[in-house]
Design a protein around this ligand. Structure first.
Ligand code: SF4
Length: 331
Protein backbone atom coordinates (compact mmCIF):
# COMPACT_ATOMS: atom_id res chain seq x y z
CA UNK A 1 0.00 0.00 0.00
CA UNK A 2 1.34 3.44 -0.97
CA UNK A 3 1.21 5.90 1.93
CA UNK A 4 0.16 9.51 1.44
CA UNK A 5 -0.86 12.13 3.95
CA UNK A 6 -4.46 11.02 3.50
CA UNK A 7 -3.74 7.33 3.98
CA UNK A 8 -1.91 5.48 6.75
CA UNK A 9 1.13 3.22 6.56
CA UNK A 10 -0.79 0.24 7.92
CA UNK A 11 -4.17 -1.18 6.91
CA UNK A 12 -6.62 1.51 8.05
CA UNK A 13 -9.20 0.90 10.73
CA UNK A 14 -11.34 3.62 9.20
CA UNK A 15 -11.25 4.81 5.63
CA UNK A 16 -13.47 7.54 4.23
CA UNK A 17 -13.52 8.45 0.56
CA UNK A 18 -15.19 11.41 -1.14
CA UNK A 19 -17.51 11.74 1.83
CA UNK A 20 -20.26 14.25 1.20
CA UNK A 21 -23.18 15.48 3.29
CA UNK A 22 -25.72 17.87 1.86
CA UNK A 23 -28.54 19.24 4.00
CA UNK A 24 -31.67 20.80 2.51
CA UNK A 25 -31.86 24.62 2.71
CA UNK A 26 -33.62 26.02 5.76
CA UNK A 27 -36.34 27.71 3.72
CA UNK A 28 -38.45 26.41 0.84
CA UNK A 29 -36.40 27.87 -2.00
CA UNK A 30 -33.02 28.29 -0.32
CA UNK A 31 -29.98 26.45 -1.67
CA UNK A 32 -28.93 23.11 -0.15
CA UNK A 33 -25.98 23.26 2.23
CA UNK A 34 -23.00 21.06 1.45
CA UNK A 35 -21.63 20.71 4.98
CA UNK A 36 -19.05 18.08 3.99
CA UNK A 37 -17.77 18.27 0.44
CA UNK A 38 -15.97 15.16 -0.80
CA UNK A 39 -13.35 14.55 1.89
CA UNK A 40 -11.05 11.51 2.18
CA UNK A 41 -8.77 10.24 4.92
CA UNK A 42 -7.78 7.12 6.85
CA UNK A 43 -7.36 6.46 10.56
CA UNK A 44 -5.12 3.56 11.63
CA UNK A 45 -5.73 1.41 14.72
CA UNK A 46 -4.36 3.16 17.81
CA UNK A 47 -3.78 6.45 15.96
CA UNK A 48 -5.13 9.93 16.72
CA UNK A 49 -6.13 12.08 13.78
CA UNK A 50 -6.91 15.68 14.74
CA UNK A 51 -9.63 17.41 12.72
CA UNK A 52 -9.49 21.19 13.07
CA UNK A 53 -11.12 24.27 11.60
CA UNK A 54 -13.38 27.17 12.48
CA UNK A 55 -16.94 26.70 13.67
CA UNK A 56 -19.23 25.57 10.83
CA UNK A 57 -16.45 24.03 8.68
CA UNK A 58 -18.08 20.59 8.74
CA UNK A 59 -15.84 18.84 11.26
CA UNK A 60 -18.65 17.85 13.66
CA UNK A 61 -20.82 16.67 10.77
CA UNK A 62 -17.89 14.49 9.66
CA UNK A 63 -17.74 12.96 13.15
CA UNK A 64 -21.45 12.24 13.14
CA UNK A 65 -21.24 10.63 9.71
CA UNK A 66 -18.44 8.33 10.84
CA UNK A 67 -20.41 6.96 13.80
CA UNK A 68 -23.42 6.89 11.48
CA UNK A 69 -25.62 9.25 13.46
CA UNK A 70 -26.06 10.66 9.94
CA UNK A 71 -26.19 8.87 6.60
CA UNK A 72 -23.90 10.38 3.95
CA UNK A 73 -25.30 11.87 0.75
CA UNK A 74 -22.37 10.42 -1.23
CA UNK A 75 -18.98 8.78 -0.76
CA UNK A 76 -18.03 5.89 1.48
CA UNK A 77 -17.18 5.08 5.09
CA UNK A 78 -15.29 1.80 5.46
CA UNK A 79 -14.73 0.47 8.97
CA UNK A 80 -12.49 -2.60 9.47
CA UNK A 81 -12.83 -3.42 5.78
CA UNK A 82 -16.62 -3.14 5.69
CA UNK A 83 -18.55 -0.40 3.91
CA UNK A 84 -20.92 0.98 6.55
CA UNK A 85 -22.00 4.09 4.64
CA UNK A 86 -25.61 3.07 4.12
CA UNK A 87 -26.14 0.17 6.51
CA UNK A 88 -29.59 0.27 8.08
CA UNK A 89 -29.73 0.95 11.84
CA UNK A 90 -30.58 -2.70 12.60
CA UNK A 91 -27.42 -3.92 10.86
CA UNK A 92 -25.37 -1.16 12.46
CA UNK A 93 -26.25 -2.26 16.00
CA UNK A 94 -23.37 -4.74 16.51
CA UNK A 95 -20.94 -2.23 14.96
CA UNK A 96 -21.95 0.43 17.47
CA UNK A 97 -19.85 -1.49 20.02
CA UNK A 98 -16.76 -0.52 18.05
CA UNK A 99 -17.57 3.07 17.10
CA UNK A 100 -18.36 5.47 19.90
CA UNK A 101 -18.56 9.20 20.40
CA UNK A 102 -17.70 11.70 23.16
CA UNK A 103 -19.62 14.97 22.95
CA UNK A 104 -18.63 18.57 23.59
CA UNK A 105 -20.96 19.60 26.37
CA UNK A 106 -20.84 16.82 28.95
CA UNK A 107 -23.88 17.91 30.95
CA UNK A 108 -26.22 18.33 28.00
CA UNK A 109 -25.13 14.97 26.55
CA UNK A 110 -26.06 13.09 29.77
CA UNK A 111 -29.69 12.39 30.63
CA UNK A 112 -30.34 14.39 33.84
CA UNK A 113 -33.01 11.91 34.96
CA UNK A 114 -30.75 8.87 34.81
CA UNK A 115 -28.19 7.78 37.40
CA UNK A 116 -24.59 7.45 36.29
CA UNK A 117 -24.93 3.68 36.59
CA UNK A 118 -27.76 3.77 34.05
CA UNK A 119 -26.01 6.22 31.73
CA UNK A 120 -22.81 4.16 31.53
CA UNK A 121 -24.48 0.76 31.44
CA UNK A 122 -27.19 1.53 28.86
CA UNK A 123 -24.98 0.84 25.80
CA UNK A 124 -24.15 -2.58 27.30
CA UNK A 125 -27.79 -3.43 27.96
CA UNK A 126 -28.61 -2.42 24.35
CA UNK A 127 -25.90 -4.86 23.21
CA UNK A 128 -27.47 -7.69 25.26
CA UNK A 129 -25.73 -7.63 28.69
CA UNK A 130 -27.82 -8.33 31.77
CA UNK A 131 -28.59 -5.36 34.05
CA UNK A 132 -26.36 -6.85 36.78
CA UNK A 133 -23.40 -7.38 34.43
CA UNK A 134 -23.81 -3.89 32.98
CA UNK A 135 -23.91 -2.28 36.43
CA UNK A 136 -20.76 -4.15 37.50
CA UNK A 137 -19.00 -2.87 34.38
CA UNK A 138 -20.25 0.68 35.05
CA UNK A 139 -18.58 0.58 38.48
CA UNK A 140 -15.31 -0.65 36.90
CA UNK A 141 -15.47 2.11 34.29
CA UNK A 142 -16.03 4.76 36.97
CA UNK A 143 -12.75 3.71 38.51
CA UNK A 144 -10.99 3.53 35.13
CA UNK A 145 -11.84 7.16 34.32
CA UNK A 146 -10.89 8.45 37.78
CA UNK A 147 -14.34 8.75 39.37
CA UNK A 148 -15.34 7.39 42.77
CA UNK A 149 -17.18 4.12 42.12
CA UNK A 150 -19.45 4.69 45.14
CA UNK A 151 -20.93 7.69 43.29
CA UNK A 152 -22.43 5.41 40.64
CA UNK A 153 -26.00 6.05 41.84
CA UNK A 154 -25.71 9.83 41.69
CA UNK A 155 -27.21 12.05 38.98
CA UNK A 156 -25.26 14.16 36.44
CA UNK A 157 -26.01 17.50 38.16
CA UNK A 158 -24.07 16.26 41.21
CA UNK A 159 -20.82 16.28 39.19
CA UNK A 160 -18.58 19.12 37.95
CA UNK A 161 -18.04 19.69 34.20
CA UNK A 162 -14.78 17.71 34.20
CA UNK A 163 -16.35 14.85 36.15
CA UNK A 164 -19.35 14.85 33.80
CA UNK A 165 -16.98 14.54 30.84
CA UNK A 166 -15.34 11.57 32.58
CA UNK A 167 -18.82 10.00 32.76
CA UNK A 168 -19.25 10.67 29.01
CA UNK A 169 -15.90 9.02 28.34
CA UNK A 170 -16.81 6.04 30.55
CA UNK A 171 -20.07 5.63 28.62
CA UNK A 172 -18.18 5.71 25.32
CA UNK A 173 -15.85 2.95 26.57
CA UNK A 174 -18.56 0.66 27.96
CA UNK A 175 -18.78 -1.54 24.87
CA UNK A 176 -15.01 -1.76 24.29
CA UNK A 177 -14.74 0.43 21.16
CA UNK A 178 -11.74 0.54 18.82
CA UNK A 179 -12.47 4.03 17.49
CA UNK A 180 -13.78 6.99 19.49
CA UNK A 181 -14.86 10.19 17.76
CA UNK A 182 -14.26 12.94 20.31
CA UNK A 183 -16.14 16.08 19.23
CA UNK A 184 -14.57 19.07 21.00
CA UNK A 185 -14.26 16.98 24.20
CA UNK A 186 -12.52 19.68 26.26
CA UNK A 187 -13.69 22.98 24.77
CA UNK A 188 -16.52 23.44 27.31
CA UNK A 189 -14.14 22.91 30.27
CA UNK A 190 -11.86 25.20 32.30
CA UNK A 191 -8.26 25.21 31.09
CA UNK A 192 -6.95 23.36 34.17
CA UNK A 193 -9.61 20.67 33.75
CA UNK A 194 -8.90 20.42 30.02
CA UNK A 195 -5.38 19.17 30.76
CA UNK A 196 -6.73 16.49 33.11
CA UNK A 197 -9.20 15.20 30.51
CA UNK A 198 -6.53 15.21 27.78
CA UNK A 199 -4.21 13.25 30.12
CA UNK A 200 -7.00 10.76 30.79
CA UNK A 201 -7.73 10.30 27.09
CA UNK A 202 -4.04 9.73 26.35
CA UNK A 203 -3.74 7.15 29.13
CA UNK A 204 -6.86 5.33 27.96
CA UNK A 205 -5.53 5.27 24.42
CA UNK A 206 -2.29 3.65 25.57
CA UNK A 207 -4.00 1.17 27.87
CA UNK A 208 -6.84 0.20 25.54
CA UNK A 209 -5.27 0.72 22.09
CA UNK A 210 -7.98 3.17 21.04
CA UNK A 211 -7.96 5.20 17.84
CA UNK A 212 -9.32 8.74 18.14
CA UNK A 213 -10.73 11.18 15.68
CA UNK A 214 -10.13 14.26 17.83
CA UNK A 215 -12.24 17.19 16.62
CA UNK A 216 -11.29 20.62 17.95
CA UNK A 217 -10.83 24.26 17.09
CA UNK A 218 -8.00 24.68 19.63
CA UNK A 219 -4.82 23.87 17.73
CA UNK A 220 -2.64 23.70 20.84
CA UNK A 221 -4.79 20.88 22.27
CA UNK A 222 -4.71 19.05 18.94
CA UNK A 223 -0.93 19.43 18.72
CA UNK A 224 -0.58 17.68 22.03
CA UNK A 225 -2.83 14.69 21.36
CA UNK A 226 -2.70 13.88 17.65
CA UNK A 227 -0.31 11.96 15.39
CA UNK A 228 -1.64 13.54 12.20
CA UNK A 229 -3.83 16.55 11.62
CA UNK A 230 -6.42 17.46 8.97
CA UNK A 231 -7.51 21.08 8.53
CA UNK A 232 -11.04 21.70 7.21
CA UNK A 233 -12.40 24.82 5.56
CA UNK A 234 -15.96 25.10 4.26
CA UNK A 235 -16.54 21.36 4.09
CA UNK A 236 -13.20 20.43 2.49
CA UNK A 237 -9.82 19.30 3.77
CA UNK A 238 -7.31 21.99 2.81
CA UNK A 239 -4.28 20.41 4.49
CA UNK A 240 -3.53 17.01 6.01
CA UNK A 241 -0.36 15.38 7.22
CA UNK A 242 2.02 14.47 9.99
CA UNK A 243 1.57 16.75 12.97
CA UNK A 244 5.24 17.72 13.13
CA UNK A 245 5.30 18.75 9.48
CA UNK A 246 2.04 20.68 9.48
CA UNK A 247 2.79 22.56 12.70
CA UNK A 248 6.42 23.31 11.81
CA UNK A 249 5.82 24.43 8.22
CA UNK A 250 2.15 24.78 7.25
CA UNK A 251 1.70 24.70 3.48
CA UNK A 252 -1.82 26.18 3.22
CA UNK A 253 -2.34 29.89 3.97
CA UNK A 254 -5.40 29.03 6.09
CA UNK A 255 -3.41 26.61 8.27
CA UNK A 256 -0.71 29.26 8.58
CA UNK A 257 -3.23 31.84 9.73
CA UNK A 258 -4.77 29.46 12.29
CA UNK A 259 -1.34 28.52 13.66
CA UNK A 260 -0.21 32.13 13.84
CA UNK A 261 -2.96 32.72 16.43
CA UNK A 262 -1.80 29.91 18.76
CA UNK A 263 0.07 31.44 21.74
CA UNK A 264 3.73 30.41 22.04
CA UNK A 265 5.13 29.48 25.48
CA UNK A 266 8.32 31.55 24.90
CA UNK A 267 7.47 35.30 25.33
CA UNK A 268 10.35 36.39 23.03
CA UNK A 269 9.20 34.04 20.26
CA UNK A 270 5.64 35.22 20.80
CA UNK A 271 6.69 38.88 20.34
CA UNK A 272 8.78 38.10 17.27
CA UNK A 273 6.40 35.97 15.32
CA UNK A 274 4.22 37.17 12.45
CA UNK A 275 0.47 37.11 13.04
CA UNK A 276 -1.81 36.55 10.07
CA UNK A 277 -5.28 38.00 10.50
CA UNK A 278 -8.05 36.26 8.63
CA UNK A 279 -10.27 38.70 6.77
CA UNK A 280 -13.97 38.52 7.64
CA UNK A 281 -16.01 35.44 8.53
CA UNK A 282 -16.11 32.16 6.62
CA UNK A 283 -18.64 32.31 3.74
CA UNK A 284 -21.89 30.33 4.02
CA UNK A 285 -21.55 26.70 2.86
CA UNK A 286 -24.86 27.29 1.03
CA UNK A 287 -23.13 29.77 -1.29
CA UNK A 288 -19.42 28.84 -1.39
CA UNK A 289 -17.17 31.15 -3.42
CA UNK A 290 -16.07 29.80 -6.85
CA UNK A 291 -12.55 28.43 -7.32
CA UNK A 292 -10.68 28.16 -4.05
CA UNK A 293 -13.32 28.70 -1.37
CA UNK A 294 -10.71 30.44 0.80
CA UNK A 295 -9.84 33.11 -1.82
CA UNK A 296 -11.95 35.98 -0.36
CA UNK A 297 -9.91 35.73 2.86
CA UNK A 298 -6.53 34.78 1.44
CA UNK A 299 -3.70 37.30 1.28
CA UNK A 300 -2.05 35.29 -1.53
CA UNK A 301 -5.09 34.97 -3.83
CA UNK A 302 -4.51 35.47 -7.56
CA UNK A 303 -6.77 35.20 -10.63
CA UNK A 304 -6.58 31.40 -10.92
CA UNK A 305 -7.73 31.10 -7.28
CA UNK A 306 -11.04 32.77 -8.14
CA UNK A 307 -11.90 30.32 -10.93
CA UNK A 308 -10.14 26.99 -10.31
CA UNK A 309 -10.49 24.91 -7.14
CA UNK A 310 -7.06 23.56 -6.10
CA UNK A 311 -6.78 19.82 -5.53
CA UNK A 312 -5.32 18.27 -2.39
CA UNK A 313 -1.80 17.19 -3.37
CA UNK A 314 1.67 16.56 -1.98
CA UNK A 315 3.37 19.96 -2.08
CA UNK A 316 6.90 18.84 -1.19
CA UNK A 317 8.11 15.55 -2.75
CA UNK A 318 8.64 12.79 -0.20
CA UNK A 319 6.55 14.44 2.51
CA UNK A 320 3.50 12.77 4.06
CA UNK A 321 1.58 16.03 3.87
CA UNK A 322 -0.90 17.33 1.30
CA UNK A 323 -2.40 20.78 0.79
CA UNK A 324 -5.05 22.19 -1.53
CA UNK A 325 -3.49 25.43 -2.75
CA UNK A 326 -2.24 26.78 -6.08
CA UNK A 327 0.54 28.64 -4.28
CA UNK A 328 1.48 26.64 -1.19
CA UNK A 329 3.90 28.10 1.33
CA UNK A 330 7.48 26.96 0.79
CA UNK A 331 8.57 24.16 3.14
FE1 SF4 B 1 -4.99 31.30 -1.28
FE2 SF4 B 1 -5.08 30.75 -3.88
FE3 SF4 B 1 -4.01 28.99 -2.20
FE4 SF4 B 1 -6.63 29.42 -2.20
S1 SF4 B 1 -5.42 28.55 -3.86
S2 SF4 B 1 -5.33 29.26 -0.43
S3 SF4 B 1 -6.71 31.61 -2.61
S4 SF4 B 1 -3.24 31.05 -2.67
Amino acid sequence: MTTTATTTATEPLLSIRDLTMTFPGRRARSAPVRAVDGISFDVAAGETLGLVGESGCGKSTTGRLIVRLLEPTAGSITYAGRDISHLPQRTLKPLRKDLQMVFQDPHSSLNPRQTVARIISDPLVVQGSSAAQARKRAVELMELVGLIPEHVDRYPHEFSGGQAQRIGIARSLATGPRLVVADEPVSALDVSVQAQIVNLMERLQQDLGLAYLFIAHDLSVVKRVCDRVAVMYLGRIVEIGDKERVYAAPAHPYTRALLSAVPLPDPAAERARERITLLGDPPSPATPPPGCAFHPRCHKAQDICRSEAPLLRITTPGEAREAACHFPEEA
